[in-house]
Design a protein around this ligand. Structure first.
Ligand code: MCN
Length: 792
């Protein structure tokens, strides 16, 4: 609840800040045009950067001639890869099944996707820079492009990288079982499925961009960048340029979304940093939308061959899958091209008890844009596949598909999965029960029976592993291992607090939620706490924001540091008030005696004493009020869970899928800010619906992008995105400081599976034959009209 007149935050009825609907502090500046993004930064003497990009998907470079561009009027410099002479980016997995390759900052002898940067042109006028980039002469010798997994695995396929065998970066079978084939041959029911999901672009509203400048006074290369991972940008720039990390400072202004695409480091960003270092002039680059669609990172293009075995009662006996991910031309730093296959392999069993499991997962190279983690990373696909297998099995067994799911849900916690993962307690059954109960009560089945409308009701049950700590990431075998995070909490002489965090909000509202966490621990108001992120000089290291980690891990570090500062405040107050430390309590920005609440000192007085009149501090108490903490989550991380329930209506004339109802019942442990969590769920569902019904990046047989604009790449608008009703269940996490689990990806994870299930339920209800049901996304209007015609 908030006081509407002032928009002042109001605590929960029990006086807590955790759980309060504190209005997003960042919104007042973002909604009034006062946000400050990379492109708002200006510098005297600024050069604009534009990249010469390969028009071909696969070619050898016979020659690059920057001289054709250098003399052009207004051109300051043109760099080729050889001129820039910086090291490439290597994103490695330390396992035998992975073949390392390097991504040069500017291509020199080969190009491997249309849009790959080959040269960098710089000019004071951005249009001159664009023209100069076009003038760079590049002599290409076209090669055969490999544009699909099927092509890539063909025995006669051209090779994307000479180092790779069969165009395969990674081929792992992390879970195998000698008995699984026997199990399948003995099973009463086996269902199988072949499915593909389309390539998508995460498409943040703000494209990538950076401004790099050498600051002589600090002897630092300062990079202002739209990123999710400031410290990893620092590491990458330092490694490529040979600078010490101390000599690189990364600053993150407001960021207009990332969705995973900005949690890897782009080669363009390194090139801009290297150019600024070389020229000792500020250089800015802001990606245009076509570049964003062709040369930024993609995700989600995966093929599954999967089968599931059941006994006569519908108990799941085994799961067997082959996952091939089209990861494009390079392995992105730091997450590597293994991120999708490894996520799919480790998380596939999801919310179900799977006694036997085998999975093969591959990262296949093609002459297409490289991929990066995109919100949900493989989980939208594995949930879609699992839920589809459940629906197919239910049909074969002749039982209700919700009943079949319920029968197989994990219902005892902690549960050690066949995948070696420990699942902490959640509400797998309760969320399904509530979701089903709500939709049934709304009478959709009756509506369907009483009308000619082609209505379907679909569900997806899933969990979302969040708060991957160091242990969980170490399993991935990346050569850099994310996990922990660091926070510093500091009270200034006026008694207000600044928190520095290694996390990096880019739309999630951390300025609000992390302030709530600190305020709760310190006994003060969140509006008196300022959150600072995105400055690598403030925190010794941090892993930024991805993988739904910031509430659980970043919030953990904030909570521990704030609690330490609270302890210091107690000991200073005990000396000042001349009472026992155990008698001191903190509330409303005051320290007081519990035995006599009239004995009180304000934080402002304590802070003034601590900094400005330190000679009057009690003996043994040091001046200054600050504390630092590192927080990590052990083991497998923590799992939030949800059930999505969707009602769709199919239009037999146009093939349109209309979403009539979208219900999410979710459990992310203790909710720090329900308004923000609801916003995250809604945004996530919008992106999941985009994957289910609309978005698909196209390439032709030569590897040319076919829809790199926002007319042909169909991003859903407010008209297509449904209203989402959200119900919360709350199972506090036992090993995060606040009891919160992460949830930032869940909306995206559940939506494709739930929408597909609802569409197939509608087709089934009007008697479409089993073979007319759909298995792939996005679902197209043509598929719907064809399937409906099959029942006429
Ligand atoms: N939260 C909460 N209570 C909880 C859990 C979360 O109040 N129990 C709040 C958090 O404090 C935070 C937000 O919800 O303000 C999301 O928290 P969390 O689940 O920890 O996720 P992260 O903050 O680490 O964000 C990452 C996640 C991911 S992986 C992607 S991708 C994503 C997303 O968040 N990209 C986004 N949400 C996005 N939202 C916007 N606007 N833009 C993006 O690019």
């Amino acid at each position: 609840m908030n006081d509407n007149a002032t928009n002042e935050p109001v605590a929960t009825p029990s006086g807590q800040w955790i759980g309060a609907r504190v209005p997003r502090r960042e919104d007042s500046r973002l909604l009034t045009g006062s946000g400050h993004f990379v492109d708002d930064i200006e510098r005297p003497n600024l050069l604009h950067a534009a990249f010469t990009r390969s028009p071909l998907a696969a070619a050898s470079i016979a020659a690059i001639d920057p001289e054709s561009a250098r003399p052009a009027r207004g051109v300051a410099e043109v760099f080729t890869g050889a001129d820039l002479a910086v090291g490439g980016l290597s994103a490695l997995l330390e396992r035998d099944e992975f073949t390392p390759t390097s991504m040069p900052i500017l291509a020199e002898d080969r190009v491997r996707y249309a849009g790959e940067p080959v040269a960098l042109a710089l000019a004071e006028d951005p249009y001159v820079a664009e023209d100069a980039a076009e003038l760079v002469g590049v002599d290409y010798e076209e090669r055969t492009a490999v544009t699909s997994v099927t092509d890539a695995l063909d025995a006669d396929a051209a090779s994307v990288h000479e180092e790779l065998t069969a165009n395969t970066f990674l081929d792992v079978t992390p879970f195998d079982d000698d008995e699984i084939d026997d199990q399948f041959s003995r099973a009463d029911h086996v269902v199988d499925l072949a499915t593909d999901t389309a390539r998508q672009c995460a498409l943040p509203l703000e494209t990538r961009g950076c401004l790099a400048e050498w600051v002589p006074r600090d002897e630092q290369l300062v990079i202002h960048i739209s990123t999710q991972v400031p410290h990893q940008v620092r590491t990458a720039v330092a490694r490529c340029t040979g600078l010490a990390e101390r000599a690189v400072r990364v600053l993150v202004p407001d960021v207009g979304g990332g969705f995973g695409l900005k949690c890897v480091v782009g080669r363009e960003e390194i090139a801009v940093a290297a150019a600024a270092l070389r020229l000792r002039r500020p250089v800015k680059w802001v990606e245009d939308r076509r570049e964003a669609l062709t040369a930024s990172f993609h995700g989600r293009e995966q093929s599954y061959r999967a089968r599931a075995a059941f006994d006569s009662e519908g108990q799941l006996l085994g799961l067997d899958a082959d996952v091939a991910c089209d990861v494009g031309a390079y392995s992105a730093f730091p997450f590597t091209c293994g991120v999708e296959p490894l996520m799919a392999a480790s998380e596939f069993p999801g919310v179900y008890r799977v006694p036997r499991y085998r999975v093969r997962a591959r990262a296949i190279a093609t002459n297409k844009t490289p991929t990066a983690p995109y919100r949900g990373v493989s989980r939208p696909q594995i949930v879609l596949v699992m839920e589809r297998l459940m629906a197919l099995a239910a049909r074969e067994l002749g039982i209700d598909s919700v009943e079949l799911r319920r029968k197989n849900l994990i219902d005892e916690f902690p549960y050690l999965g066949v995948n070696g993962v420990t699942y902490d307690p959640g509400t797998y059954r309760e969320s399904l029960d509530l979701c089903e109960q709500r939709l049934r009560a709304e009478g959709w089945e009756q509506e369907r029976a009483d009308s000619n409308r082609v209505i379907g009701i679909g569900y997806a049950c899933f969990n979302e592993r969040t708060a991957y700590g160091t242990d969980a990431f170490a399993q991935r075998t990346m050569s850099v291992v994310p996990g922990y995070d660091i926070s510093e909490v500091r009270m200034d002489p006026s008694g207000t607090v600044t928190v520095s965090s290694g996390t990096s909000s880019h739309g999630q509202g951390h300025e609000t939620t992390l302030a709530q966490v600190a305020a709760e621990a310190l006994g003060m108001r969140p509006q008196d706490v300022t959150i600072r992120q995105g400055d690598t000089d403030r925190v010794s290291y941090g892993w930024g924001t991805f993988g739904s980690r910031s509430a659980a891990i970043g919030g953990g570090a904030v909570r521990v540091a704030a609690t330490r500062l609270a302890e210091t405040l107690c000991s200073v107050a005990a000396g000042v008030l001349d009472i026992a430390e155990s008698d001191v309590a903190l509330a409303d920005a005051q320290a007081y005696s519990q035995s006599d609440p009239s004995v009180v000192v304000t934080y402002a007085d304590l802070a003034e004493l601590s900094y400005l009149r330190a000679h009057r501090l009690p003996k043994g108490v040091h001046p200054g009020l600050s504390a630092e903490a590192v927080f990590d989550v052990p083991g497998s991380g923590t799992f939030s869970n949800a059930t999505h329930g969707v009602v769709t209506e199919l239009d037999p004339d146009t093939g349109q899928v209309r979403i009539l109802r979208y219900l999410v019942v979710e459990d992310c442990g203790v909710v720090i800010n329900p308004t923000i969590v609801d916003g995250q769920v809604r945004g996530g569902v919008a992106q999941g619906v985009a994957g289910a019904l609309y978005e698909s990046i196209g390439y032709d047989a030569d590897g040319q992008p076919t829809n790199a604009n926002l007319i042909d790449y169909m991003v859903p608008t407010a008209t297509e995105v449904p209203d989402v009703t959200i119900e919360h269940l709350e199972t506090p996490c036992a090993f995060t400081e606040t009891g919160a689990k992460g949830m930032g990806e869940g909306g995206t994870i559940g939506a494709p599976g739930a929408v597909l299930d609802a569409v197939n339920d509608a087709l089934h209800a009007v008697g479409a034959p089993a073979e007319s049901e759909l298995n792939t996304v996005p679902i197209t209007p043509q598929q719907i009209t064809t399937a409906l015609e099959a029942c006429r």
